[in-house]
Write a protein that binds this ligand. Sequence first.
Ligand SMILES: Nc1ncnc2c1ncn2[C@@H]1O[C@H](COP(=O)(O)OP(=O)(O)OP(=O)(O)O)[C@@H](O)[C@H]1O
Ligand SMILES: [Mg+2]
Length: 261
Amino acid sequence: MPTQLQSRAQPPTFGGGTGAHIALEGVSRTYSARNGAEVQALAEVSLRAGAGELLAVVGPSGCGKSTLLELLCRLQSPDRGSISCPPAVLMPQHDLLLPWLSALDNAALALRIAGAKRAQARARAEGLFVELGLAGFQHARPHELSGGMRQRVAFLRTLLSGKPVLCLDEPFGALDAITRAEMQEWLAGTLAGEPRTVVLVTHDVEEAILLADSVVVLSPRPGRVVAQLEVELARPRRRTDGDVIALRERALAILATGSQS
Ligand SMILES: Nc1ncnc2c1ncn2[C@@H]1O[C@H](COP(=O)(O)OP(=O)(O)OP(=O)(O)O)[C@@H](O)[C@H]1O
Ligand SMILES: [Mg+2]
């Protein structure tokens, strides 16, 4: 299959009728700081993702990536524009495991919040512990886990929410390069077995190319969509593949120059 990295030629036009699973149209968000100043985080953002796709969002620090995920999860509302998105759950930038709960109870938390009985919730979570490489750590407290394990517990909690859309905010940002690479493979494998629509925020363009069906590149704040790139490469992808390297360079150039030319 030839190398494919196509920009959507036109800004997408939709409004619920195009079949896109997630669709943002002209979304802007401005914060009012305590001193009365205004900080515009996002400006006129339009993007879309299909059901079961992994959409990666890359952009400079402070360009509104976390804001975008909170909008998708309805934790805040846009000032302008429209958002069409099925129920979404956020895995926040910092893992937020509760230190006094075991790994198992942390993983089962979303089910408990949804009303499941403790034993039932734990049984469900435990069933996935082996699969997620966490066997034997059910009773460990978060501080007894490695960074990669904590992220897997947090991811399991997110997955068990049962929401059709997972919003992952820099899930591997705090990990060393080797663990990060392992976690990328693990995520790709897990999603192959448990398909969901995923919006993945990352500052790592290579990670975006390795994992995503489509990559949105945002400008510096206020974040605007500079490009939405389709990544049509066979999986599994390796960082040493020529096609992956070429796409990474192209996306990095767009990020650096803030334009597609
Ligand atoms: N609650 C808030 N009140 C005021 N300003 C905010 C608030 N949340 C975010 N901001 C500002 O909005 C901008 C975008 O923030 P956001 O956290 O969405 O960026 P980000 O792309 O996720 O950054 P990073 O890459 O560092 O995680 C930043 O300038 C930030 O200071
Ligand atoms: Mg952020």
